[in-house]
Write a protein that binds this ligand. Structure first.
Ligand SMILES: CC(C)(COP(=O)(O)OP(=O)(O)OC[C@H]1O[C@@H](n2cnc3c(N)ncnc32)[C@H](O)[C@@H]1OP(=O)(O)O)[C@@H](O)C(=O)NCCC(=O)NCCS
Length: 244
């Protein structure tokens, strides 16, 4: 049977006891999915499009509103060459999860290392999201079970479908290993899945932030605006934008 490698990997994880949790819109359409391994790690690489393809081919099924799991056909369709060793290697790959309270100590270390903002503020910043008072999106990147990166994005007041990424940080010794890009992609996928339109990110025009600007440009963000001397004299605010 002709199944792309990426689909094979997802089916393999499902055949090993993984599941796809989902949320529906009011008209019963699946609008958001969380792809979980047997151990509950969220993997960021199952898009809604891929999910639809697996569903249409009857490789996955949900019974009585429960998460989608591999059907017999799905399990039979997994290529036997997909060895357990390979699966274990995949599991060691970074995973992106919605931030939980257990992540806070690790994320404080990330903030202390990057000095993005004082780590003592983290619990206060998270509180409105925990109380359901805001739609803010908090994502944590885990590597080998440790929280090593975060992404914090909020909807812009008075705008329709425009979000602002207020924080993105990766533990210093792990920077440059594509974890930041993985976090960014997970946030973009999540927002896109919710029908959101635009993601913006403010940064600085100073030399200290040259690598950060390069990072955004590499990930498809365009410099949209520059406010001179915004942060301080000779420290411009640079606004990057990406259509989702
Ligand atoms: C900016 C940041 C989130 C990027 O995450 P990352 O995991 O280091 O970046 P990735 O590995 O996904 O991408 C690497 C690319 O981004 C750029 N980059 C930005 N910061 C970098 C860093 N510290 N080390 C290496 N590359 C970096 C480079 O252009 C690199 O591409 P290249 O190797 O082809 O030159 C991370 O470096 C970080 O936490 N920096 C400190 C905090 C910060 O500035 N946050 C952004 C403001 S909200």
């Amino acid at each position: 049977m002709n199944i792309a490698t990426h689909e094979q990997r997802i089916l393999h994880v499902l055949a090993q006891g993984g599941a796809i949790q989902f949320e529906r819109t009011t008209n019963a359409k699946v609008r958001e999915i969380f792809f979980l391994t047997r151990k509950g790690h969220v993997l960021a690489d199952c898009s809604l499009k891929l999910f639809d393809r697996l569903r249409k081919r009857r490789f996955i099924k949900s019974e009585n509103g429960q998460p989608y799991r591999a059907t017999r056909l799905g399990i039979r369709s997994v290529n036997p060459q997909y060895s357990t060793d390979k699966d274990i290697q995949e599991m060691k790959k970074p995973t992106i999860n919605p931030t939980s309270s257990d992540d806070i100590p690790g994320l404080k270390t990330v903030l202390d290392g990057t000095e993005l903002f004082p780590s003592t503020l983290l619990p206060y910043m998270r509180a409105p999201a925990l109380k359901g008072e805001t739609e803010a999106l908090w994502l944590t990147c885990h590597q080998d079970g440790e929280a090593v990166g975060l992404c914090y994005t909020v909807p812009e007041d008075l705008a329709d479908g425009t979000w602002n990424m207020l924080a993105l940080a990766v533990r210093p010794e792990l920077q440059g290993k594509r974890l930041g890009a993985a976090l960014l992609r997970a946030a973009e996928q999540h927002l896109k899945g919710k029908g959101q339109r635009i993601l913006i990110v403010d940064t600085s025009g100073s030399d200290d932030f040259a690598l950060t600007r390069k990072f955004h440009a590499k990930n498809g963000y365009e410099e949209e605006a520059r406010i001179r001397d915004f942060w301080a004299d000779e420290d411009d605010k640079v606004v990057f934008r990406k259509a989702l």
